[in-house]
Design a protein around this ligand. Structure first.
Ligand code: ATP
Length: 238
């Protein structure tokens, strides 16, 4: 079952087009990684999927419904949650308040139980539930951003560079969390500079160069690809 199908997507800012006909698909329960150099258009692609940037051409289907050109808040309601680059949390709210805000699209009575479940998954957040988000460490803030996005029970979770600027141990924790989420059946589109770790957990990966997809394969095959190794994994050609 395809959760997301992007076809021939063109988007950019004013007259400057950044995405030049991007196509990709994500099946339910998959982690799909998008790698690419700075400025390739990765964030722009995520923002276009979540409705923050308007496409000029192409379609974005969420479980068969075209969401391209819909308003961002409608797309959230339809089941797409994005964790933006740089820890998307409300600094002046407590951990608990952030999680409640994450559930604003829901009307069901199980929100408290879900918050409890988040505290079990991220014990550091449970211990700090009444602290302002701004007082948390970088890693805890990123965990909170992910937990907050999950509170919306998204059909598709978009993550923009979740490991950026974090210490190696915390990065490992973040990737472990993503692997656990996949085991639970979540569908994840992951943009990462940390190509090696992203491709290791990904079912499938895409390489974006100057607004175009130039490679598509399983995570393992991309890890073994000499061109990917040279350009994105810091390995020298054999
Ligand atoms: P990075 O890893 O540095 O975040 P990226 O692959 O996510 O890179 P984007 O942030 O999507 O790349 O940027 C793609 C291009 O679009 C860049 O040339 C950038 O300068 C331009 N761009 C990004 N945001 C805007 C904006 N708000 N207005 C105009 N141009 C923008």
């Amino acid at each position: 079952m395809t959760v997301l199908a992007v076809k021939d997507l063109h988007a950019g800012y004013g007259k400057s087009e950044v995405l030049h006909g991007v196509s990709l698909s994500i099946a339910r329960g998959e982690i799909v990684a998008l790698i690419g150099a700075n400025g390739a258009g990765k964030t722009t692609l995520l923002k276009t999927i979540s409705g923050l940037v308007r496409p000029t051409q192409g379609s974005i289907e969420l479980e068969g419904t075209n969401i391209a050109r819909r308003a961002a808040h409608k797309i959230v309601h339809m089941g797409v949650s994005q964790v933006a680059e740089g820890r998307a949390i409300l600094n002046r709210m407590t951990v608990l308040e952030n999680l409640r805000m994450g559930a604003f699209v829901r009307g069901d009575p199980e929100i408290d139980r879900d918050i409890q479940e988040k505290f079990e998954r991220f014990p550091a957040l449970g211990e700090r539930r009444d602290r302002l988000a701004i007082t948390l460490s970088g890693g805890e803030q990123q965990m909170l951003a992910i937990a907050r996005a999950l509170m919306a029970k998204p059909r598709l979770l978009l993550l923009d560079e979740p490991s950026l600027g974090l210490a190696p141990m915390v990065v490992t924790q973040i990737f472990r969390t993503l692997r656990d989420l996949k085991t639970e059946g979540k569908t994840i589109f992951l943009v990462e500079q940390n190509a090696r770790q992203a491709l290791r957990i990904a079912d499938k990966g895409y390489v974006l160069e100057r607004g175009k997809i130039v490679m598509e394969d399983t995570g393992d095959s991309l890890l073994d690809d000499p061109e990917v190794q040279r350009t994105y994994l810091g390995k020298h050609a054999a």
